[in-house]
Design a protein around this ligand. Structure first.
Ligand code: NAP
Length: 349
């Protein structure tokens, strides 16, 4: 069996950025982008990750909002523009962005396997990885970039309106035109929920925070921020029973159940943001790499992407429960490739 120099597991911005850098460093990376299965679809872990599940991306540098063609016409001389390939004609969408990253990695020679990695043996060298089709692979170095998935409640109406008013990322989607000046709902009572509600209050007419208890879990200072914000109204002791909507408008409202014996309550909203936590896609690494208390991969050296096993690096949301942005994932993907390259070079590999 040929031993790979570096295997990258994951196909979001962290994985593809690591692949671009590793490929340009002549490490011929092999990328496991994940398997296309019903199980992965339900879990939200299909190839290309969370970006593929969102709509417009307005905060990834280099893709200005608005008509990209007009922007490029202004920024670049017409004769030079004519030599450039056509594009979608607007900023960029999540699926477009991540497909572009994938293409960029492949252009530099990254090889792609459309399977999950289901088992790893990091106790031997070279490392051994088993894919979902049963094949095994060996590598001197591994970059784990399997991301995280937002937690959803599992309501059928939630699934129906995903990307049509239901989101789990206010920073990604909150500024979209469909939410501007409209009432919105945020589910959850932790720091994320407060942060999302606070962020959304810049665009929304009202933000209803739907919390199942009569006290926020968020830190005191964050909780106070929500309570002091005149645009945020906390609906205490409430759970989301159903998201209401129609095929033309997407989300139009919510029906809320009570945890305090009150009757159901309906509110008109144009968007529902889930902020009930994330789950890192690190289940297959339990017992193989050190995890944080919250189940994320632990970076073991400050400012580096090293994990508890020498030669295994982690990038993106699987190791980050704090920033969770496409651009930060891309950044740590780049760092992991550079760490891997230097680690291999130091061993003459
Ligand atoms: P979290 O602290 O675990 O809060 C999750 C919230 O969702 C809780 O209020 C919980 O309700 C609610 N929830 C969970 N499952 C639910 C369900 N099935 N139905 C209804 N509600 C449900 O998660 P987080 O807010 O994402 O924060 C994660 C970590 O990141 C925390 O340590 C937080 O401090 C940190 N963080 C910090 C900042 C900041 O400092 N700026 C910002 C974001 C996150 P209960 O309260 O009833 O359990």
């Amino acid at each position: 069996m040929d031993v790979e120099k570096v295997i990258i597991i994951g196909s979001g911005p962290a994985g593809w950025t690591a692949a671009i850098y590793a490929a340009r460093a002549a490490l011929a990376p092999l990328v496991f982008e994940g398997a296309v299965t019903q199980e992965n679809q339900v879990a939200g872990t299909l190839p290309l990750g969370q970006l593929a599940l969102t709509t417009e991306v307005e905060n990834f540098p280099g893709f200005p909002a608005g008509n990209l063609a007009a922007y490029l016409d202004e920024a670049i001389a017409p004769e030079q523009r004519q030599t450039m390939p056509p594009h979608a004609g607007h900023g960029v969408s999540g699926p477009e962005l991540v497909e572009l990253m994938r293409q960029q990695a492949r252009n530099f020679g990254a090889r792609v396997v459309t399977e999950d990695v289901v088992e790893v043996d990091f106790a031997r060298e070279p490392f051994r990885l088993t894919a979902s089709d049963g094949k095994t692979y060996e590598a001197h170095c591994v970059i784990v970039a399997t991301g995280a998935r937002a937690n959803y409640l599992g309501l059928p109406s939630e699934e129906k309106y995903k990307n049509r008013g239901v989101s789990a990322c206010a920073v990604c989607d909150g500024a979209l035109p469909r939410f501007r000046g409209r009432p919105l709902a945020v589910v959850g009572g932790g720091d994320s929920a407060v942060e999302e509600a606070d962020y959304l209050s810049k665009f929304a007419s009202t933000v209803y925070m739907i919390h199942r208890r009569d006290e926020l879990r968020a830190s005191k200072i964050m909780a106070q921020r929500a309570l002091d914000n005149p645009k945020i109204e906390v609906l205490w002791n409430r759970t989301l029973a159903e998201i209401l909507g129609n095929p033309t408008d997407g989300v139009t409202g919510v029906r809320l159940a009570s945890t305090a014996g009150e009757p159901d309550l309906e509110k008109d909203v144009s968007g529902v943001f889930l902020a009930i936590g994330h789950t890192p896609n690190a289940g297959f690494l339990k017992g193989k790499l050190e995890l944080t208390e919250k189940g994320y991969l632990k970076w073991t050296r400050p400012g580096r992407t090293f994990t508890s096993v020498e030669g295994v690096f982690a990038a993106g949301d699987v190791a980050d429960d704090y920033y969770r942005q496409a651009i930060t994932a891309a950044g740590t993907g780049c760092m992991a490739a550079l760490d891997a390259e230097r680690w291999l070079a130091a061993r003459g590999l």
